[in-house]
Design a protein around this ligand. Structure first.
Ligand code: RBF
Ligand code: MG
Length: 211
C-alpha cells in the first residue's frame, strides 16, 4: 500500500486546488531562473518568525515574475545553491526598515557568499516555498519582493551565495494576518503542501531544471 499523495490537494478554503498528476501547469509553470545572488532582507524572517528566507533581486528574474500574472502569494519549486568561492567574507549594512530612518535599527550582516555551506549543501537540490508579494502583514513594502524558504535546516547563513530556482505551482494568495502566530501557522501548512506535492514524480522530475 503506497502513501504517495495523488489527486487534488487543497487544505484551506483560500488554497488554489493543486491537481498533482497534471504537474506544473502552463502558461506560468514551470518557470526557471538563472543563478542570482541572495540579498539581505530585513532579517525578520529568521529573527522574528523563525522562518529564514533568502531574498532575491526581482529584476534578475524572468520579467514575468514582476507582472500581475504573478499574483502576490505563495509558490513552490526547487532550488540549487552555488557559492562564490573567490569572495571572502565581509560585513554589509542591512537595508533600513521601510521608511524608518533611525540608524539604531541598522545591523551589519555577514556576507560569506555561501562559503560556509557544507559539501552536501552545495550539491543538493532543495524543495522551496516562495513568498512573492508585499509582506502585507508588515505593511511596509512598496516593491514586490521574492523570498525563498528552503526546506532544509542550515546552520550557517549564506548571504551573497548564488541560487538558481524554478517555480512549479501556486498555493495561495498573500494574506494579511492579525498575529505573527497565525502567519507562522499558515507558512507551516504551505511547507507541508509543498513537501507533499514536490515528493511526487509528477513534480520531482523538474529537479533537473535547476542543475
Ligand atoms: N507575509 C504576509 O504578509 N502574508 C502572507 O501571506 C505571507 N506568506 C508567506 C508564506 C511563506 C511560505 C513565507 C516564507 C513568507 C510569507 N510571508 C507572508 C512573508 C513574511 O512576512 C516574510 O517572510 C517576513 O516578513 C520576512 O521578510
Ligand atoms: Mg529574508
Amino acid at each position: 500500500m503506497s502513501h504517495i499523495p495523488t489527486g487534488i490537494i487543497k487544505v484551506r478554503e483560500f488554497d488554489q486546488p493543486i491537481d498533482i498528476s497534471k504537474g506544473p501547469l502552463p502558461p506560468l509553470f514551470p518557470l526557471v531562473t538563472e543563478y542570482v545572488p541572495i540579498e539581505a532582507g530585513f532579517g525578520r524572517g529568521s529573527i522574528e518568525l523563525g522562518i529564514p528566507t533568502a531574498n532575491v533581486p526581482i529584476d534578475k528574474l524572468p520579467s514575468i515574475v514582476n507582472t500581475d500574472k504573478f499574483k502576490p502569494g505563495v509558490y513552490f519549486g526547487y532550488c540549487k545553491l552555488s557559492p562564490l568561492s573567490n569572495n571572502s567574507t565581509e560585513y554589509i549594512k542591512r537595508k533600513n526598515h521601510g521608511s524608518d530612518t533611525d540608524s539604531s535599527h541598522d545591523h551589519m550582516v555577514q556576507f560569506n557568499y555561501g562559503n560556509e555551506l557544507t559539501f552536501p549543501e552545495i550539491h543538493e537540490i532543495y524543495p522551496v516555498v516562495l513568498s512573492i508579494g508585499y509582506n502585507v502583514f508588515y505593511g511596509d513594502l512598496k516593491k514586490k519582493t521574492v523570498e525563498l524558504h528552503l526546506l532544509h535546516k542550515f546552520t550557517k547563513n549564506f548571504y551573497g551565495c548564488l541560487i538558481k530556482f524554478n517555480i512549479l505551482g501556486y498555493i495561495r494568495p498573500e494574506l494579511n494576518y492579525t498575529t505573527k502566530e497565525n502567519l507562522i501557522k499558515d507558512i507551516n501548512i504551505d511547507i507541508d503542501i509543498a513537501q507533499k506535492v514536490l515528493s511526487t514524480d509528477y513534480f520531482a522530475k523538474y529537479k533537473t531544471m535547476v542543475q
